[in-house]
Every structure is written in structure tokens, then in C-alpha cells.
Design a binder for this molecule. Structure first.
Ligand code: SAM
Ligand code: SF4
Length: 306
């Protein structure tokens, strides 16, 4: 196995998040405007062979973990074929996906057979009306069916991502925590970040992880430290006796920049060293790729990002 590249802050960079599309079938209020984002043209979006070429180059540099995301990755046509191609790349030993789960019921089995290991599923509420209000277009039942299908397909562990919002779902923290006991769910509470459509309201909607934890412990008792496989910044705990876990992702109250291990490849082929990379600092891989750059030249661009 190739050793992960170490960046100038002594962080090992072994993880690549690949956005396969900027499109989505939902319009979550904190992420997208109601009308959606102007879709990138097909010509601007990397073709599957191009994504695979870049992941192969990244694998040579020590990237061993890849997560597919979006937009919503499952709306991109033939996503199962991309999963199969990336899973077959030597050196990639962990292939995962972050999805809203609405289309997962029909795809989980094929994705697992193609080589997907596990999924993170975004679910901010267990109430059907509220689900519709938060996502503007979605149906709770579809995402719940997606979670069941992922479990049946053996995608494990499944992590349920809950973005906490003061006026949105803060009153459901206990309901989610109880699912770690009754259903073995792995629930992760994410602090809202000043990103996307929710950038302006994120400060007023922000709920600190420590407040969520205190509310859970007041009702369900002290949380015990737990371990869950993964590559990210979450810290895990469990309610005494629960088979599932409770995680906290705290980008606002506990910056995890010091241990960040990832690069991001946008659907248009821009490489981002950070979620907050300024547009002028993005590294364009698509132009050199289409101009015939060889693997060494592409690897050099990855090194610049690292
Ligand atoms: N569509 C897929 C989904 O929803 O899982 C993948 C892309 S979505 C952008 C990835 C994750 O980012 C989701 O868990 C979503 O809830 C989270 N997210 C989006 N906007 C956010 C924000 N402003 N703060 C924190 N998390 C956010
Ligand atoms: Fe779509 Fe995911 Fe954003 Fe919701 S959070 S609008 S599902 S990309």
C-alpha cells in the first residue's frame, strides 16, 4: 500500500470526497435555494472515466478512502457503474457514499454488489410533515425505506446524519438518541455550518454539540465512549446497553482542522484542499486532464493541493 501524503501541517491526507453531481432531488432549506442551483452543463461535469482516472492518480499518492457525494449522488445516471469502477482501483480499500437515501431502496443491493462498503444517510427529522418542510420535496418514508434497504444489503455501518437546527429539529434529539437503543442506529449530530442556502441563518439555527449531549444525558444517563469505523472527525458515544452509537460532528464548537485528512473533488473537476477553499484557490484538474496531461502532471496538481 502507498503511504498517505503528509501535508505542510503534518496531516496525512488519505481520503478523497468526490462530488459526482451538483444536482439534487431535494432542496433542504439549509443547503439549497427553493429553485435549486443552476445546473452545471454536461460538458462541465467530469465523465465517469475522468473521475476514475483522477482517483487512480490519487490512489498512487496514498489516497485509500473515497466517499461519493453530491448534490445527491444517486440522481446521477448509472452511479452503480461508477461504484464498480472505483471499487476496482488498486489501493482503494474503503468506498462509501453520503446520500439523502430517497432513492436508496431501489439501488442498495446493486451498490453493495458493485463494491460500495457503507453509507451515511442524511435524515434530520422522524416526522413526515417536518421532513417535507425541511427538504421541500422529499418523503420521509422513502428515506426510511432506503435505510432498511441499506441494512438488508449489508452496507455497514450505516450512519444517520442529523444537522441540528434550533427551530427545525432540536426537539427530536431524544427521539434520535432512542433509535440507537431500539434500532441500533448510529446517529451523528452535525453542527450547522455557514454554508449554502443556510449561510445567513446558520448562526441563529446553530445548536452546540455539548447542548445536545447534555439533553441526552439528562434523560438517558451518562454516555459511554464508543468506537465506530470511519475516516472523519466524529466522536462516538453510546447510551448504556445500546447497540447503536451517538456521534457528534462539531465544526463550529470544536474545530477539527488540525486532524483534517481529506481532499475534495468537485463535479466539475476542481480540487479543493478545504470545504472553505476560496474559488480562486481551487485547482482545476479538468482542463489539464482534457488537454492530455499525463498521470505525473495530474499527480503534481494533487501534490499542490496537499
Ligand atoms: N445529498 C447528500 C446528502 O444530503 O446526504 C449528499 C450531499 S449533502 C451536501 C452532505 C451532507 O452535508 C448532508 O449530511 C447534509 O445534511 C450536510 N449539510 C448540508 N448543508 C449543511 C450545513 N450548512 N451545515 C452542516 N451540514 C450541512
Ligand atoms: Fe440535497 Fe443533500 Fe443538500 Fe439536502 S443536503 S439539498 S439532500 S445535497
Amino acid at each position: 500500500m502507498t503511504t498517505p501524503h503528509v501535508d505542510t501541517n503534518n496531516r496525512s491526507i488519505g481520503y478523497l470526497r468526490v462530488s459526482v453531481t451538483d444536482r439534487c432531488n431535494l432542496r433542504c432549506v439549509y443547503c439549497m435555494p427553493e429553485e435549486g442551483v443552476p445546473p452545471k452543463s454536461h460538458a462541465d461535469v467530469l465523465r465517469y472515466e475522468e473521475i476514475v482516472r483522477l482517483v487512480r492518480v490519487a490512489a498512487h499518492l496514498g489516497i485509500s478512502k473515497v466517499r461519493l457525494t453530491g448534490g445527491e449522488p444517486l440522481v446521477r445516471r448509472d452511479i452503480v457503474a461508477l461504484v464498480a469502477m472505483i471499487a476496482a482501483i488498486p489501493g482503494i480499500d474503503d468506498l462509501s457514499m453520503t446520500t439523502n437515501g430517497t432513492l436508496l431502496a431501489g439501488l442498495a443491493g446493486d451498490l453493495a454488489r458493485a463494491g460500495l462498503r457503507r453509507v451515511n444517510i442524511s435524515l434530520d427529522t422522524l416526522n413526515a410533515d417536518r421532513f417535507r418542510a425541511i427538504t421541500r420535496l422529499g418523503r420521509l418514508e422513502d428515506t426510511l425505506a432506503g435505510i432498511r434497504a441499506a441494512a438488508d444489503a449489508g452496507l455497514a455501518p450505516i450512519k444517520i446524519n442529523v444537522v441540528a437546527a434550533r427551530d427545525g429539529n432540536a426537539d427530536e434529539v431524544l427521539a434520535f438518541a432512542r433509535r440507537t437503543v431500539t434500532d441500533g442506529w448510529n446517529v451523528r449530530f452535525i453542527e450547522m455550518m455557514p454554508l449554502g442556502a443556510g449561510a445567513d441563518s446558520s448562526a441563529s439555527q446553530y445548536v452546540p454539540s455539548r447542548e445536545i449531549r447534555a439533553n441526552i444525558e439528562a434523560e438517558l444517563g451518562p454516555l459511554e465512549a464508543a468506537v465506530l469505523p470511519g475516516n472523519g472527525p466524529a466522536r462516538y458515544w453510546r447510551v448504556a446497553g445500546a447497540s447503536g452509537t451517538i456521534g457528534f460532528i462539531s465544526p463550529i464548537s470544536q474545530h477539527f482542522c488540525a486532524t483534517c485528512n481529506r481532499l475534495r473533488l468537485a463535479s466539475d473537476g476542481k480540487l479543493l484542499p478545504c470545504l472553505f477553499t476560496a474559488p480562486e484557490a481551487e485547482i482545476d484538474l479538468r482542463s489539464p486532464l482534457r488537454a492530455g496531461a499525463d498521470d505525473d502532471a495530474l499527480a503534481d496538481l494533487f501534490r499542490v493541493a496537499i
